[in-house]
Ligand binder design. Structure first.
Ligand SMILES: O=P(O)(O)OC[C@H]1O[C@](O)(COP(=O)(O)O)[C@@H](O)[C@@H]1O
Length: 417
């Protein structure tokens, strides 16, 4: 009853009206009309992203926020002061130029970008001189998601475009934003997956608008007793949501990089998985979710020991019978720096053993004393960078790069910060 008769007549030809979507009629609200960045901007972003994942190169993540750096310094008995953080970052960036053979980019924390070396030159110029691309952490940390089971999102979107514009002027060509997902009986929740995917997409789109390559980091934490299969499925669900959000926000994928967790079983899981198991699970999850348009995947180390992080990265690049449409390399924090920190602080104890009457002098020369250790600490960094570079080419021989922190786990429970 009352059904309107359809008017007979010719169907309209020509371009669809704005708002047209197949199956939605002519007045649908969804649109498929959008713009990718202008060709010159695409070119610039693609060039930066490709340079970062050039064969045999990866990223040194030295962007620990003040709180995280405090934990690292506490481990070696050093006070978490601005000066100590400056000294440590100077140590890293003044390593022999050979470092740039294996390190293409360094992620900085805001404070570091504006610190100066002892000679007054900006710390960032040490990287530039070595041909290493400076990058910057632009998120401002994690906050709880109300109503969730201890889950979180990451904040920092306010004023991000302006900050990115300034960072670009100050020499940074890529950025990083870390989101954290937790595996539990009921988590990650739909709320956490969707929220974190969306905030990563907004961040990525803002970065690109300011000529900065966004590194998209959705970290699934290793805390828990779950097995490899559960870790793989969660990683797949998280990455699928991230790439849907990036697509919805019209992010230019060729000008992005992904920084994911490797798929490993929970820290409390007793099943002895091999590096090949980890490699297969990781590649399967990535192949199912990450478009081949993405130039590179730069893994975080997630608390793995230095040795495990190299062995797993190597297996990911070497395992047979798996496609690898993207570069697969490293963006390690702890797995590059654990031995560096140890070597640096190791000698401090020797200084402490100096004669009591020289305490004052010892105190004054504490950093000078450490300066003697700087060479050794830098060697550790170069060694780890080389091992991971070989691993990114599938050529790392397990145990061939023994280091001070070698197989010692870098896992910190609930590394959400
Ligand atoms: O202090 P934050 O912002 O939580 O960052 C933690 C660290 O996590 C990382 O994203 C990955 O580090 P790891 O390789 O140690 O897991 C680093 O870039 C960063 O320094």
């Amino acid at each position: 009853m009352g059904a309107k008769k359809k008017k007979k007549g010719k169907k309209k030809k020509g371009p669809p009206e704005s708002g047209w979507m197949p199956g939605f009629g002519t007045k649908a609200t969804m649109t498929t009309y959008f713009q990718y960045p202008a060709p010159e901007l695409q070119e610039e972003l693609k060039k930066i992203a490709n340079a970062i994942v050039a064969p045999g190169k990866g990223i040194l993540a030295a962007d620990e926020s003040t709180g995280t750096m405090g934990k690292r310094l506490q481990d070696i008995g050093v006070e978490n002061s601005e000066e100590n953080r400056r000294q440590y970052r100077q140590l890293l960036f003044s390593s022999d130029a050979v470092l740039s053979e294996n390190i293409s980019g360094v992620i900085l924390f805001h404070e570091t970008l504006y610190q100066k070396a002892d000679d007054g030159a900006p710390l960032v110029s040490l990287l530039e001189k070595r041909g290493i691309i400076p990058g910057i952490k632009v998120d401002t940390g994690v906050v709880p998601l109300m109503g969730s089971e201890d889950e979180c999102t990451t904040q920092g979107l306010d004023g991000l475009a302006e900050r990115c514009a300034q960072y670009k002027k100050d020499g940074c060509h890529f950025a990083k934003w870390r989101c954290v997902l937790k595996i539990g009986r009921n988590t990650p929740s739909y709320q956490a997956i969707m929220e974190n995917a969306n905030v990563l997409a907004r961040y990525a789109s803002i970065c690109q608008s300011q000529r900065i390559v966004p590194i998209v980091e959705p970290e699934v934490l290793p805390d828990g007793e779950h097995d490899l299969d559960r870790a793989q499925k969660v990683t797949e669900a998280v990455l699928a949501a991230v790439y849907k959000a990036l697509s919805d926000h019209h992010v230019y994928l060729e000008g992005t990089l992904l920084k994911p967790n490797m798929v490993t079983a929970g820290q409390g899981c007793k099943v002895p998985y091999t590096p090949v198991d980890v490699a297969r699970a990781t590649l399967t999850a990535l192949l199912r979710t990450v478009p081949a348009a993405v130039p590179g995947i730069t893994f975080l180390s997630g608390g793995q020991s230095e040795e495990d992080a190299s062995v797993h990265l190597n297996a990911i690049n070497a395992v047979e019978g798996m496609k690898r449409p993207w570069a697969l390399t490293f963006s390690y924090g702890r797995a590059l720096q654990a031995s560096v920190l140890r070597a640096w602080a190791g000698k401090k104890e020797n200084i402490g053993a100096a004669q009591q009457e020289l305490i004052k002098r010892a105190k004054y020369n504490a950093w000078a004393g450490k300066k003697e250790n700087i060479g050794a600490a830098q060697q550790e960094l170069i060694k780890r960078a080389k091992a991971n570079s070989q691993a990114s080419l599938g050529k790392y021989v397990a145990g061939s790069a023994p280091s001070l922190a070698g197989s010692k786990s870098n896992f910190i429970k609930a590394h959400a910060y």
